[in-house]
Ligand binder design. Structure first.
Ligand code: PEP
Ligand code: MG
Length: 893
């Protein structure tokens, strides 16, 4: 049996790996192999695969048996190619040991440079380069990097040792005045010798052993340091924040060192083949003469721009431009490259697809199609959901200085964007501030339908409880309003009018800033950056619409929102939550409350009669905006207790308004209490108990449709029953809907087509979908409730524990929050079989999805594969859904 290959060599114009092997070799390893094959100037080396990283962790940090032999063989090959030997006291080979996962995680993992230097070999390097200062400087850097990354010694201790010598010896030798800076390059040979001695002393004190003088020991220490850094707290957090899932681990690249710090014909730089900020086709980057790579990254000295580099060293710049052209032609995308110039010769140390700002992503993709570099399909595949979010939502300016100090707490990133304003603990207060043109941030333990006025008035919303499909998140998403939920540790005291965390207390009226993109809350008013859509966005989205085959609708309850959604490309309404309309003003709230408090059918009908003209008007507004587009209107869904006041004051006020006793109100509210309201008296169960509500709503929908049709509007109403559990329940209600609708149509003396369908949001409905589809004309999967009920996880309480289920270091059960990105394996199974079963009895059944997953890129791709007719997303996420639909289509082909 042939042995598994764990190490891939590159050098001398050839490589065992190539650019397609990112999963196995990491982005850096694959890039180095590919550049070597393309005959670009790359120092030789080898890559230890990401598979080894995974085995290392699976096997309690023990390497696979054959690894040692493979590394030794590859090291030998490297020595042959370079003509140098590791640890050679006369002419030592020095190597860098660097991380590199399949997806770039800048600065999150470790790098060790100048490995192979020992007390003996440093002198060999000094003689060989005729530059002892250079050799000593390389050695002190190596001791510091090795000590801190491989052996976990606090890096600042090494920095202190260096600073002390600079301050004590260099400053007085050079006579530098106090207050002026002594630079790293001012430290001379003798002083560097002292620094090295001090650092070695520090190493011995901390580790209880001498600094290793065996380069092989150094090499294994460095390899382990890189693998260990894969699971460092910062790397784990980065993967979580960036939602990087399914990456097996990091690779380790061992590569011959080249030196940018050999004087003024040497240097090091980082550049991008195009401007990553604007997307313009202009060479962009930084260069530092006489420096090593870490100096650029660490920002120790201020680098020069490339045009200055071009003037200072035209020969090296020319070599760089040649590589730039080769790279873009080869990779057909903007590349981010690290390079070193050693005594006039250019070496490429890394190249990868460069990160870019959202607007730049659109510009580059469109430009590259125009330049004939890529196809439209390739351009569409390059855009990420975060690129779309980035051009629609304002963002925190991450460049401001006080960010770290201002940080308060982190919650769940429910709706992206950023907002700053004064804390308001009640919806009324937020409305009051907004009326005075002041900026408000609504801070609540949770929100309820009663708060919608204040939520709308506020710039942003912060809640202590709830997950990504909680009331606050769903409503805020509909408006594209920045929202953070599940900030469990924030203690909110409404009575005192304050909230606190970690010893910091904020009062109502104090400024805070929310970063909904990351879920971070800051104290004070931070600087924000406005969002703008670049020209290229429009062109790219045209291609998206040409490519996609499924429809994209929107979840909208008001004509204004529906209009925004149409502007963003929506082709219909997939979900109009009628209950949201009950809260638009006092009159409506009172009427719905009167209906709920009433204890007789007559009493309810009286109250409903007040709501009828209001709802009719609302629906007319929506039909008008959606002229010619399908409009799915869902009958009332939430449990009734959500509509009534729970505090004494509110109940008293309601009793007065309705002219009834306080105790009647109180008793009715108590009656409505349920232990599990989300599994209680809600959805179509309300219409089974109170058919008069259904009658009023259907009358309003069909009357509005007839009226608007009479005015020349093309209306396509689709009445949707929520929370259905089977065909028996559905047919009871469907018959009622049709009876009411037909009566209205007959009375109006018109002809009007309408559909009656159902949400599929209980597992039972999904399992019995074939029977339901015999009667239902369409399905819309409510994946919020379907997720809640399939997992048995409350969508409102999940924030208390669900993050642990996503956290790789804790449970790692899910790769993403299942309320945000569909649990394709579990809930997805019900969706797929629900569609199949439904279509088995009604072949042309129209199927859509209107849960929050309709605006999530990966989930939408799944829905496309599952054969849905449309997806429905909140207005600001419609472009993401369009993009996902196009990407799914391209992937299918
Ligand atoms: C759902 O459950 O997915 C849905 C769309 O309904 P709601 O979020 O209103 O419960
Ligand atoms: Mg639902």
């Amino acid at each position: 049996m042939s042995e598994k290959k764990y190490v891939y060599f590159f050098g001398n114009g050839d490589a065992e790996g190539n650019g397609t092997m990112k999963e196995l070799l990491g982005g850096k390893g694959a890039g180095l192999a590919e550049m070597t094959r393309a005959k670009m100037p790359v120092p030789a080396g080898f890559t230890i695969t990401t598979e080894v990283c995974q085995l290392y962790y699976d096997n309690k940090k023990v390497y696979p048996e054959s690894l040692k032999k493979s590394v030794e063989e590859n090291l030998k090959r490297l020595e042959e190619v370079t003509g140098k030997k590791l640890g050679d006291p006369d002419d030592p080979l020095l190597v860098s040991v660097r991380s590199g996962a399949a997806v770039s995680m800048p600065g999150m993992m470790e790098t060790i440079l100048n490995l192979g230097l020992t007390d003996k070999s440093v002198e060999g390097l000094a003689r060989k380069t005729s530059n002892r200062r250079f050799a000593l400087d390389a050695y002190r850097r190596f001791i510091m990097m090795y000590g801190s990354t491989a052996m976990d010694i606090d890096r600042s201790k090494f920095d202190d040792a260096f600073d002390q010598i600079k301050e004590k010896m260099t400053r007085s030798r050079l006579g530098v005045a106090d207050g002026s800076k002594v630079g790293d390059t001012d430290v001379n040979e003798e002083e560097l010798e002292v620094v090295i001695a001090k650092q070695k002393e520090l190493y011995k004190k901390e580790i209880k052993e001498d600094f290793p003088q065996d380069p092989i020991e150094q090499l294994w220490g460095a390899i382990s340091a890189v693998f260990n850094s894969w699971m460092s707290a910062k790397a784990v957090t980065y993967r979580k924040v960036e939602n990087l899932v399914g990456i097996s681990g990091t690779a380790v690249n061992v590569m011959q060192m080249v030196f940018g710090n050999k004087g003024n014909t040497s240097g090091t730089g980082v550049c991008f083949t195009r401007d990553p900020n604007s997307g313009e086709n202009a060479f962009y980057g930084d260069y530092l003469f006489n420096a090593q790579g870490e100096d650029v990254v660490a920002g120790i000295r201020t680098p020069m721009k490339l045009d200055e580099f071009a003037k200072e060293d035209p020969n090296a710049y020319k070599q760089l431009c040649e590589v730039r052209a080769l790279l873009e032609k080869h990779y057909k995308d903007m590349q981010d490259m690290e390079f070193t110039v050693e005594e006039g010769t250019l070496y490429m140390l890394q190249c990868r697809t460069g990160k870019r700002l959202p607007a730049a992503a659109f510009r580059m993709a469109v430009d590259m199609v125009d330049e004939g570099l890529i196809t439209k399909e390739e351009a569409v595949m390059r855009i990420k959901a975060s690129d779309i979010e980035g051009i629609f939502y304002p963002a925190i300016d991450y460049k401001q200085d006080n960010l770290k100090e201002a940080f308060l707490i982190n919650g769940i990133d429910a709706v992206p964007g950023a907002a700053a304003g004064k804390i308001c603990f009640s919806a009324a207060k937020a409305e009051e501030l907004a009326a005075k043109k002041e900026k408000a941030i609504l801070v609540r333990k949770e929100t309820s339908p009663e708060d919608v006025g204040g939520m709308h008035a506020a710039q942003g919303i912060l809640t202590a409880t709830g997950g990504k499909t909680s009331h606050a998140a769903v409503v805020a998403r509909g408006w594209g309003k920045c929202c953070i939920v599940g900030c469990e540790k924030l203690v909110i005291d409404y009575e005192k009018g304050e909230c606190s965390y970690n010893g910091i207390t904020l009062k109502e009226g104090d400024y805070i800033t929310l970063d909904g993109t990351r879920g971070d809350v800051y104290v004070g008013e931070l600087r924000l950056m406005e969002a703008k859509q670049p020209e290229a966005y429009k062109r790219l989205m045209q291609w998206v619409d040409e490519i996609r085959t499924i429809q994209v609708r929107t979840n909208a309850d008001r004509p204004e929102d529906a209009k925004i959604a149409i502007d963003h490309g929506a082709e219909g309404i997939g979900l109009c939550r009628t209950e949201h309309m009950f809260f638009n003003d006092e009159k409506r709230i009172l009427a719905i409350r009167e209906m709920i408090i009433a204890d007789t059918v007559e009493g309810r009908k009286k109250a409903l009669a007040k709501l009828l003209p209001i709802q009719t008007k609302d629906f007319e507004g929506i039909f008008k905006v959606m002229d010619g587009k399908g409009v799915t209107i869902r009958l009332i869904d939430p449990p009734l207790h959500e509509f009534v006041p729970h505090d004494k004051e509110g109940q008293q006020k309601l009793a007065e308004s309705l002219n009834i006793g306080f105790s009647s109100v109180k008793e009715r509210v108590e009656q409505l209490h349920e232990a599990n309201p989300m599994l209680g008296h809600r959805g179509c169960r309300l219409a089974i108990t109170y058919p008069e509500i259904l009658e009023m709503q259907v009358t309003a929908i069909i009357t509005a449709a007839c009226n608007m049709q009479g005015k020349g509007v093309t209306v396509l109403p689709e009445i949707m029953i929520p929370l259905t559990i089977d065909h028996k329940e559905f047919t009871v209600l469907e018959k009622k809907v049709r009876a009411v609708a037909n009566a209205v149509i007959e009375k109006a003396g018109v002809s009007l087509n309408y559909l009656v369908g159902t949400m599929i949001e209980t597992p039972r409905a999904a399992l019995l979908a074939d029977k339901i589809a015999e009667h239902a004309e369409f399905f819309s999967f409510g994946t919020n409730d379907l997720t809640q009920m399939t997992l048995g996880v409350s969508r409102d309480d999940a924030s208390k524990f669900l993050p642990d289920y996503v956290d790789e270091q804790k449970a790692g059960v899910f790769t993403a929050d299942p309320f945000q990105s569909l649990d394709q394996e579990g809930v997805g199974l019900l969706v797929k079989s629900g569609i199949e079963k439904g279509r088995s009895s009604r072949a042309n059944l129209k199927v859509g999805i209107c849960g929050e997953h309709g605006g999530d890129l990966e989930s939408v791709k799944f829905f496309c594969r599952a054969g849905m007719t449309y997806v429905s997303a909140s207005p600001y996420r419609v472009p993401i859904a369009r993009l996902a639909a196009a990407q799914a289509e391209i992937m299918k082909k």
